[in-house]
Design a protein around this ligand. Structure first.
Ligand code: ADP
Ligand code: ZN
Length: 523
């Protein structure tokens, strides 16, 4: 395409058909056009792609875009071609002939944008091909993949620093939607981007209403939410396991919704088909494991629901961020329970990751749990996690709209904690509740726990309420989950003052009726 001599603004209008740049796109584009490096932190849907696509067209030569998502490359390239842009991709899905054809075009200088997987880019053959080309810029998409601590770690990403060593004069732009300080620092260090201008956008997705509830009858709660607020809308429901994905999709189908399961256990064909239906048909609900979503560009997803706890706040933010990309009101809804915490801790424990990584993961899960049990503004906390200041109250989350009631839980907590202690810190929550309620269970008799002082001292609460207390005690760090003992609860150091009556504790008052969480009404 002939864009000779056009300015960035002209390319924006004439090629992409947009009137103006969004956020700080203009500044970023200018920086890269002038040959500088850039690190772009922008929330999902913010418009990262234009930040390198426009410089790619304005600067002479071929722009090389590194992307970890083979499945997406094709979509992106097709979309660009439809705009009349000469774009191509190189990845393992191409045949030798197709690959040769692309290489031929590259050498002929006919490609403005080349998308390539990191491992392909790093191959000696590819690097020497690049030596022969005029390269306009390198764009490193999903740059957080360099982070060992993140959930998308790709070892090849760390080797991308050689781009700087081998092509020192070519501007590089790294882009990501994950932006806690640690990840940001790692990207700069790993990719040698010390000279880069950093462009940090607000991560606030102000059209998303956040709400998080305790799971009681999670499915019913979910249905109540969907039926009352999203009767005809497209949405995504995330579950932890494939089995739960299948069961939930079936169930939503029975309620009369088009609900399609999506997880890594389904054939690639079926998954692609499901994805297409989600994009093309109206009002489809996808029930998925986290295998679904990266790079799905559907602007009018009206809700994202979690039936399980995500493993950290980054994941939560990324997954909920798939709602409302069009800027219209959308809901991020979650119901979770203590069992989720146990399951996630178990996964982390059983993984092959080094001890240090496990520790970081553990802390991140704790932060996620903290967000759930928070009684103040969710958005404030979420943004604070990404090192961003926000007003104390957003007015667009469950806690702002419906401030949770608190109560003095000191005595209740003491009962719960002593029960853990007296039973030897060896039992899970159900057993502990049975003891507190004085249920004459066989196991309890066998262990002679009907003889201890905490037996039957908890009749002022029912089992569900006790469950909520235990969950909050875990979330606030008074109890710890012993993964080597199938989720037994243990006391932490923090308990001491509380048990000795030197401290009081306020907890969130449990909702009387299930699923009382109010969420944002559609306008
Ligand atoms: P990201 O990669 O940050 O998730 P995209 O680059 O896919 O976001 O952009 C999200 C959507 O916003 C796309 O549909 C894109 O065409 C649109 N968009 C980006 N920049 C602009 C702009 N300046 N004006 C209008 N629409 C834009
Ligand atoms: Zn709020």
């Amino acid at each position: 395409m002939d864009i000779n001599g056009q300015t960035a603004q002209e390319v924006l209008q004439n090629v992409f058909g947009y009137d103006q740049f969004r956020h700080n796109q203009a500044a970023i584009v200018e920086q890269v056009i002038n040959g500088g490096d850039a690190l772009v932190l922008m929330p999902t849907g913010g418009g990262k792609s234009l930040c390198y696509q426009i410089p790619a067209l304005v600067r002479p030569g071929t722009a090389v875009v590194v992307s970890p998502l083979i499945a997406l490359m094709q979509d992106q390239v097709v979309a660009l071609q439809e705009l009349g842009i000469q774009a191509a991709f190189l990845n393992s899905s191409l045949s030798i002939n197709e690959m040769n054809a692309v290489e031929f075009q590259l050498e002929a200088g006919e490609i403005d944008l080349l998308y390539v997987a990191p491992e392909r880019l790093l191959s000696p053959r590819m690097l020497s091909l690049l030596d022969r080309l005029t390269i306009s810029l390198f764009a490193i998409d999903e740059a957080h993949c360099v982070s060992q601590w993140g959930h998308d770690f790709r070892p090849e990403y760390q080797q991308l620093r050689i781009l700087h060593e081998r092509f020192p004069r070519i501007p590089r732009i790294a882009l990501t939607a994950t932006a806690d300080k640690r990840t940001r620092g790692e990207i700069i260090e790993q990719l040698n981007l010390q000279q880069a201008e950093v462009y940090l956008n607000s991560f606030d997705r102000n059209n998303i209403f956040y709400s998080i509830a305790e799971a009681r009858q999670a499915r019913q709660q979910l249905w109540q939410f969907i039926e009352s607020q999203h009767a005809n809308d497209a949405g995504i429901v995330y579950c932890l396991s494939r089995k739960k994905v299948e069961a939930t999709a079936d169930w939503l189908q029975q309620q009369g919704r088009t609900a399609l399961p999506y997880h890594a256990g389904l054939s690639a064909e079926l998954r692609a088909h499901t994805q297409q239906r989600f994009l093309r048909e109206e009002g489809v609900i996808i029930v998925a494991t986290i295998a679904f979503g990266m790079g799905i560009d559907k602007p009018d997803v009206r809700f994202v629901a979690h039936l399980n706890l995500p493993k950290n706040i980054e994941a939560y933010y990324q997954e909920t961020g798939r709602a409302g990309r069009d800027g219209l009101p959308a809901n991020a809804w979650m119901a979770y329970g203590l069992q989720d915490v146990i399951t996630l801790r178990q996964f982390m424990q059983d993984s092959d990751a080094p001890e240090m990584v496990k520790r970081v993961e553990h802390h991140k899960l704790e932060a996620m749990l903290g967000l759930c049990e928070l009684i103040t503004c969710r958005r404030h906390a979420l943004l604070a996690y990404f090192d961003e200041d926000a007003p104390q109250k957003c007015g667009q989350c469950d806690n702002c709209v419906n401030p949770p009631e608190q109560f003095d839980a000191t005595e209740i907590a003491q009962k719960a904690l002593s029960c853990v202690f007296r039973t030897g810190q060896r039992f899970g929550v159900n057993y502990l509740i049975d003891v507190l309620l004085g249920n004459e269970d066989e196991r309890i008799k066998h262990n002679q726990h009907d003889q201890i002082s905490t037996f039957a001292i908890g009749s002022e609460l029912n089992a569900t309420q006790w469950r909520g207390i235990f969950r909050q005690l875990v979330a606030t760090g008074y109890l710890d989950i012993d993964i080597n003992r199938y989720g037994a609860l243990r006391l932490t150091e923090k308990c001491r003052a509380l048990l000795h009556g030197k401290q009081t504790l306020h907890l969130r008052k449990q909702q009387q009726k299930q699923a009382a969480a109010k969420t944002g009404k559609k306008k």
